[in-house]
Design a protein around this ligand. Structure first.
Ligand SMILES: [Zn+2]
Length: 499
């Protein structure tokens, strides 16, 4: 029986957030709890687990850790998690390793911790033990990662409905490599391009690219996977462009041709990644006129915790209180200070306090008299389908009301794209006309069954506009800089299987 070690580390970084992602933000599972989680997971871990359970293998669960997107991970927290996984690899001598990674983590001092983690594990096991990882398609894929792993595959859809398929694919290729059935070679290409809009894969330019990807796979007998990485917008990292990888069985020409074909099409579409979103005012006018019915769930494009912001933006809150005071609204805001203050006065009591604007530049706090409706511990399990059954942490919470507006104040930025973030803390979305989530894509999956989901044009760093984000390391890059590509081959990377 082959012994397969399983571990995971999942975080998407925002280089421009002043809020360090610490231990409290991570939901961690260890040992048998990893398998218990995998059994019900519809994320990559679950997909890999279900595939491996059908194989003649023994599973060696170690540690999985997941935090909402946010500022750089605390260096010590990352180092401890890396040690946990690397120590387990050294003591257990597995035959193969499967990792459930996001791929766009940053720490206080590292731009590419996944590259560091994979290199550490490669050092630990030597060249003969295959390592496979599944990633989020918003990953920052680096040569260091590709050089240390045998298999790296992404999910293909945004919003991510197919994490489980990416996990299963990585596990399947890992097993085929272990059995000697394939000899994978990987080609990768990076385009010096930032995209910050039209990032969904079911429509627009990315839908066309993925159609080409599927055609290339269907036409070829040797291509095992093609992944298209739309590297998350708010990372400031070297060579942080869009990346395309192809894995082929002993056929470097097929891998090369696939990434080059897709790179040409991607670069040709580079000016199509702009969008026109409706304003809050236009959506509210539609609601008041009966053109749309409550419940309306708004995606706050400028303050997306799902893109790594601190979630302390107040633009929508301000506008709702000023212009639409008769509308019953529910708004999440990260603000540990007001949560503590509410805890001191207690449920049913009132306090005058500022809310929001503690971390993000240019955000004005909302000052009002708030009634404390509920206090919570911020723990919940997501109902999904995005990240279904994943535990999540908001830190302590306070539900505060002024007029018709209710604020869910959270200690930590959290996964508010899931209804359970609100229900678990005492706020039932059904009691409102309008509610806000700090998400631009994934809330549509989890809220579609209870209302109308609309992303609105709001100020903030996660509403990407050219020149609006102070990139330093991620340059030159289009459209921030006038970049021309004369020779695609100079952006190419190759790696061959280690075994
Ligand atoms: Zn993603």
């Amino acid at each position: 029986m082959k012994r397969i070690l399983i571990a995971g580390l999942f975080h998407e970084g925002n280089s421009f957030s002043s809020l360090v992602t610490g231990e409290a933000s991570f939901a961690v599972a260890r040992d048998e709890a990893v398998l218990a989680k995998a059994r019900t997971s519809n994320a990559a871990l679950g997909g890999a687990f279900r595939y491996l359970c059908e194989q003649p293998v023994t599973l060696l669960p170690v540690t999985t850790a997941i935090a909402p997107p946010g500022g750089p991970v605390d260096d010590d927290v990352y180092a401890r998690l890396r040690s946990e996984i690397a120590d387990a690899v050294r003591t257990s001598n597995p035959d193969g390793i499967y990792l459930d990674l996001h791929g766009a983590m940053i720490t206080q001092t590292r731009d590419d911790p996944e590259g560091d983690l994979l290199a550490t594990l490669r050092d630990a096991v030597g060249s003969k033990v295959p390592i496979a990882a599944s990633l989020d398609l918003h990953a920052y894929v680096t040569a260091a990662m590709l050089g240390s792993a045998d298999i790296i595959v992404a999910c293909k859809e945004n919003p991510h409905t197919d994490y489980d398929e990416a996990g299963a694919k990585a596990a399947e290729l890992l097993m085929q490599l272990l059995e000697g059935a394939i000899k994978p070679v990987t080609a990768a290409i990076w385009l010096p391009l930032i995209i910050g809009a039209r990032m969904e894969t079911a429509n627009g330019p990315l839908a066309r690219l993925h159609e080409t990807r599927r055609e290339l796979i269907a036409r070829s007998t040797n291509l095992l996977d093609i992944s298209i990485y739309n590297t998350t917008t708010l990372l400031d990292v070297p060579n942080g462009g869009q990346c395309i990888t192809a894995i082929a069985d002993s056929d470097s020409a097929a891998a090369h041709e696939a990434v080059e074909t897709l790179a040409r099409a991607f670069w040709a579409a580079r000016d199509e990644f702009t969008h026109e979103l409706p304003s809050l005012a236009s959506v509210m006018a539609d609601l008041r006129a009966g053109r749309i019915a409550p419940l309306v769930i708004l995606g706050d494009q400028g303050d997306r915790v799902l893109a790594g912001t601190p979630g302390d933006g107040t633009a929508v809150l301000h506008e709702l209180m000023t212009d639409w005071p008769d509308i019953r609204a529910l708004v999440p805001v990260t603000d540990a200070d007001v949560v503590r203050a509410a805890g001191r006065v207690g449920i049913g009591e009132s306090l005058r306090s500022a809310v929001g604007g503690r971390f993000s530049e240019g955000v004005t706090p909302v000052v009002a008299d708030w009634q404390v409706l509920a206090l919570g511990d911020g723990r919940f399990v997501q109902e999904g389908p995005f990240l279904a059954d994943e535990p999540a942490e908001l830190g302590d919470t306070a539900l505060l009301r002024t007029g018709n507006v209710t604020v869910l104040a959270t200690t930590l930025p959290g996964f508010t794209q899931d209804p359970q973030a609100f229900l678990s803390q005492g706020a039932d979305p059904a009691a409102f006309d309008v509610m806000v989530t700090k998400s631009g894509h994934h809330f549509k999956l989890s809220f579609a069954r209870i209302g109308r989901c609309i992303v609105i044009d709001t100020p903030g760093i996660s509403n990407y506009r050219v020149g609006g984000v102070p990139f330093r390391k991620r340059r030159p890059i289009y459209p921030e800089d006038p970049v021309e590509i004369t020779e695609l081959a100079s952006h190419l990377f190759w790696s061959a299987a280690t075994s």
